[in-house]
Design a protein around this ligand. Structure first.
Ligand SMILES: Nc1ncnc2c1ncn2[C@@H]1O[C@H](COP(=O)(O)OP(=O)(O)OP(=O)(O)O)[C@@H](O)[C@H]1O
Ligand SMILES: Nc1ccn([C@H]2C[C@H](O)[C@@H](COP(=O)(O)O)O2)c(=O)n1
Ligand SMILES: [Mg+2]
Length: 217
């Protein structure tokens, strides 16, 4: 590797082409599950349970972005403005945060919660990590139920207000659902009815992860 590439890698925290091959730097071969669903469908709630039972590490892209805002990083204000508008943050920023978190986590199994959200997220993730997801867990829930959950979540999220929630639903419909359909056409989507009580949803999720374990997926 040339000095220039090494320098770029140390500054930007990403691997050069020759290091890729489906692995993170340090030759880490990883399993990735994308956890998708509308705002308030229960992604974070279910991920916490999957971590406990199946030993994955949970990376929420929304949480990583919120950490950037809190840390007062270079992009913090822009990220905050985008989030308050229910818009998506540029993929380069989100993917680098995910990549860095994966590199810093001593595990080879990751749940990417709320990622990818659009086609640009997918393209950037593939380009920078060369990782293909094992499968997509899709939490299917009607907007009416998700709205009720978000308005009573009470975690101090500025985007949990009815105007922003409507914008987030629109982004989900227009940018994220087409991705779910794309992965479904490749047989990669495991869809769960998420409008039921948490324990019932988790029963379905457990079946999916147990079967993935058996198949070595
Ligand atoms: N199956 C469920 N039934 C009832 N309430 C639920 C269920 N799953 C999650 N909740 C509650 O709904 C709220 C939203 O859940 P959660 O934060 O897990 O959703 P999310 O998909 O991660 O949302 P976001 O996309 O906004 O991050 C939380 O208050 C959570 O406790
Ligand atoms: N891949 C992502 C994930 C999240 N964001 C932004 C936009 C979302 O409205 C916000 C909150 O995400 P959540 O915690 O609900 O998953 O974060 C993004 O731009 N790109
Ligand atoms: Mg969440």
């Amino acid at each position: 590797m040339g000095n220039c590439c090494a320098l770029l890698k140390s500054i930007m925290g990403f691997a050069t082409e020759e290091e890729h091959d489906g692995r993170l730097p340090k030759q880490k071969k990883v399993k990735v599950v994308f956890v998708l669903g509308g705002p308030g469908s229960g992604k974070g709630t279910l991920c916490a349970k999957i971590v406990e039972q199946f030993g994955y590490s949970h990376l929420s892209s929304g949480d990583l972005l919120r950490k950037e805002i809190k840390a007062g990083s270079e992009h913090g204000t822009m990220i905050q403005n985008m989030m308050n508008e229910g818009k998506l943050v540029p993929s380069d920023i989100t993917v680098r945060l995910i990549q860095k978190a994966m590199q810093e986590t001593d595990n080879d199994k990751f749940l990417l919660d709320g990622f990818p959200r659009d086609e640009e997220n997918v393209r950037t993730f593939e380009k920078l990590t060369k990782i293909e997801p094992d499968f997509i867990l899709f939490l299917d829930c009607p907007e009416e139920e998700m709205t009720k959950r978000l308005l009573s979540r009470n975690q101090g999220r500025e985007d949990d207000n009815i105007e922003t929630i409507k914008k987030r639903f629109r982004v989900f419909q227009e940018s994220t659902l087409p991705l779910v359909n794309y992965y479904a056409s490749k047989g990669k989507v495991r869809k769960v009815d998420a409008a039921r009580p948490v324990e019932d949803v988790f029963e379905s999720v457990k079946t999916i992860f147990s079967s993935a374990n058996e198949q070595g997926a």
